[in-house]
Design a protein around this ligand. Sequence first.
Ligand code: BYC
Length: 311
Amino acid sequence: MDDAAKVANFEKRIAEGDKIEPKNWMPERYRKQLIRMMSQHAHSEVIGMQPEGNWITRAPSLKRKMALLAKVQDEGGHGHYLYSATETLGIDRTEMIEQLHEGRAKYSSIFNYPTLSWADIGVIGWLVDGAAIVNQTMLAKTSYGPYSRAMIRICREESFHKKQGYEIVTTLARGSEAQKAMAQDAVNRWWWPSLMMFGPHDADSPNSAELLGWKVKIQSNDELRQRFVNITIPQVRAIGLTVPDPDLRFDEESGDWKFGEIDWEEFWRVVKGNGPCNRQRMEHHRRVHAEGEWVRAAAEAYAAKKAANAS
Ligand code: BYC
């Protein structure tokens, strides 16, 4: 097949809802876009372990500590699935991590905010994993097979994370005045950054048209953000908390909770590396990666020895 016929066949398969698999022909641009998005997703899972890991030693009970430990470990596991899924596109993990360290690959803006109290751990599970589920339920239907399958598995674990987060916040919201105030303060600080996770408005999103055309994304940034707000506001109200948005109102006609404008200056500042914790997150990642060099070398030596013994 010549290139035009390959493109036509690829587009026909996408239109028919087929999954594209690693050995199938795909346009170079499709491959590049997936590497960008999936590696960014993998980095987000791994960097996302830092803000929550910060509270493992200070969890208020053994039960809370065990759940948090398991959650943070799950996020590391999600990073592994996603690095493996991205490797099917012909890039290896070493190169992806180099791109992260050199600032050529991004990770989610949300993980550049500090976790100041125990309530933040509940709010991350509830709002951050909740936002991730909305985004990832859509990505489970993406056109690239390995990404779609990774998302199905990850979404199941994220649903548990969200429930444990909401349960932490509900417990605090029903506790003493000080506990309720701590929960409200955490919602106040994490609400807008959670809405930023969905990316810029559709009109300002340079990648969306292409990704939607290839069914890499099935819904747009703004559609998903609205869906998240519609799901979350009733949960906020059910436990007697509020969100820090004076413009929030229910629109009878559309059935949507309409919300105010995001501070896009803050969003771009954080995305470009100047948020409250960007430097700290990257320094930590670089240091721990360097400290783990001997583990990677030992694993490679072991694999080489095993292969030599087998031959
Ligand atoms: N943060 O054209 P756009 C988790 C960038 S972790 C940083 O709309 P696209 C969890 C964007 O990359 C879950 N950067 O982009 C883990 C682009 O720049 P480049 C993380 C952002 O790709 C631990 C530029 O802005 N989820 O659940 O069409 C504990 C223009 O944007 C952000 C994922 O990674 C952002 N928020 O859409 C707890 C989901 N938004 O790359 C929980 C997978 C935008 O051209 N990713 N940018 O230099 C996606 O769904 C899409 O990539 C996005 C952006 C919706 C994020």
